[in-house]
Design a binder for this molecule. Structure first.
Ligand code: PLP
Ligand code: COI
Length: 341
C-alpha cells in the first residue's frame, strides 16, 4: 500500500478529506449496520435536531504507526465509553461500544494510505460523532440520528509544536455545576468560541477556565485538561465534575505512577496554588502534552520556572513515555493499544 504524498512534517491541525468514512443511521428505534462510504457530505432536513438545538456529541482519538510498522489506536474502549455517557446525557441513542470500536478500526483500515509514517511527526486524527438528523421544532430529542467516523492526518494542535504556551485566566465560564462539562457535547465548544477568539485577539494561546460557582479552582482549557508538577516532582491534576474526563490525563497519571515512580494527586486545585508549581501542561488527544510557560491573571503574570523555551523536565519525561507507548517504543500496559494492522 502506497502512502499518500503529503508533507507530513508540516501538517497543522486541520481537515484533509480522506477516501472513506463510516456512516450508520438510527431509525424506528434501531441502528442499521452502517457502512463505509466515499461521500464526505451530509444531507439532512433544515429542521434537524442538530441544527436547531445542537443535539450532537463527538469523540477525538488518534491512530499511530509504531516503530515496527503496525497501525494502532490508543484506548479506543475509553472513547466508546465516554461517547456512551455523552449520548445518555443528551438523550441520544447509544451506538454500542463494541460497534463504535469496530467502526473506528474499519475507518482507519480503509484509509491506511493516510496514516502518517512512523517518525513523521504527524498522526491520524479520528473523529467519531453523532447528531439528531430528523426534524424537531418543539424542544425535544430527535427520533432519528446519524453516527459517523471520519479520519484526517494532523500535525501539532498548537502552532510551534512543543513551544511553551501563554494562557490567560478567562472571565467566561466553560461549564456550569451540574451542567454538561463532563461530556463531549458540541454545545460546550460552541460557547467557547467567543472566549478563545477573544484570547487570541489579546495575544494568548488558550484560556484557563476556573470553576463557575466560586471562580477559585482550576478547571481546564477549551480542549485539554491541566497537569501540574510541584517543586518536589509530584504530578497534580484538577478533580472536578464539570471537566471532561481526559483519556490522555488518566493515562498520564498511570504513566507517572507506574513508569516514572512519581507520586500523583487528583484533587481540587485552587488557582492560588498555581504560582507555586514548577511546571504546567495541557493534556489531551490533540494537545498531547503542550507545555505552559506563562499564565496571565488580569495583567498579573505567573511565570512557570520551566520558562518559555522548552518543556519542563518532568513534563518531558511524561511526554516521552506516553508517546513512546503510543508509537510502540515502550511496552504498553495490557489493553492500551488496539492493533489495527
Ligand atoms: N478537555 C476537553 C474540553 C477536550 O475537548 C479534550 C479533548 O478531547 C480533553 C479535555 C482531552 O481529552 P482526551 O485526552 O480524552 O482527548
Ligand atoms: C481532542 O483532543 O481530541 C479534542 O477533541 C479537542 C479539540 C480541541 C480538538
Amino acid at each position: 500500500m502506497e502512502k499518500k504524498h503529503i508533507d507530513w512534517a508540516n501538517l497543522g491541525f486541520g481537515y484533509i478529506p480522506t477516501e472513506k468514512r463510516f456512516v450508520a443511521n438510527y431509525k424506528n428505534g434501531a441502528w442499521e449496520d452502517g457502512q463505509l462510504t466515499s461521500d464526505a457530505t451530509v444531507t439532512i432536513t433544515e429542521c434537524a435536531g442538530v441544527l436547531q438545538y445542537a443535539q450532537t456529541c463527538f469523540e477525538g482519538m488518534k491512530a499511530y504507526t509504531t516503530q515496527d510498522g503496525r497501525i494502532v489506536t490508543f484506548r479506543p474502549d475509553l472513547n466508546a465509553a465516554r461517547m456512551e455517557a455523552s449520548c445518555k446525557r443528551l438523550e441520544m441513542p447509544v451506538f454500542p461500544q463494541e460497534r463504535f470500536v469496530d467502526a473506528v478500526v474499519r475507518t482507519v483500515e480503509a484509509n491506511e494510505a493516510y496514516v502518517p509514517p512512523y517518525g513523521s511527526g504527524a498522526t491520524l486524527y479520528i473523529r467519531p460523532y453523532m447528531f439528531g438528523s430528523d426534524a424537531v421544532i418543539g424542544v425535544k430529542p430527535a427520533n432519528e440520528y446519524q453516527f459517523r467516523v471520519f479520519v484526517t492526518p494532523v500535525g501539532p494542535y498548537f502552532k510551534g509544536g512543543v513551544k511553551p504556551l501563554t494562557i490567560r485566566v478567562c472571565d467566561f465560564d466553560r461549564a456550569a455545576p451540574h451542567g454538561t462539562g463532563h461530556i463531549k457535547a458540541g454545545l460546550n465548544y460552541a460557547m467557547s468560541l467567543y472566549a478563545i477568539m477573544d484570547a487570541h485577539r489579546q495575544g494568548f494561546d488558550e484560556n484557563m477556565y476556573l470553576d463557575a460557582a466560586t471562580r477559585t479552582y482550576v478547571e481546564e482549557t477549551g480542549g485539554a485538561n491541566f497537569l501540574f508538577i510541584t517543586k518536589d516532582n509530584k504530578v497534580v491534576t484538577p478533580k472536578s465534575d464539570s471537566i471532561l474526563p481526559s483519556i490522555t490525563r488518566r493515562s498520564l497519571l498511570t504513566v507517572a505512577r507506574d513508569y516514572l515512580g512519581l507520586p500523583v494527586e487528583e484533587r481540587p486545585v485552587a488557582f492560588s496554588e498555581v504560582a507555586d508549581f514548577a511546571e504546567c501542561g495541557l493534556c489531551g488527544t490533540a494537545a498531547v502534552i503542550s507545555p505552559v510557560g506563562k499564565i496571565v491573571d488580569h495583567g498579573k503574570e505567573i511565570c512557570l520556572p520551566s520558562g518559555m523555551n522548552e518543556m519542563g523536565p518532568v513534563t518531558k519525561k511524561l511526554y516521552d513515555t506516553l508517546t513512546g507507548i503510543q508509537m510502540g517504543r515502550i511496552e504498553a500496559p495490557e489493553g492500551w493499544l488496539r492493533v489495527i494492522r
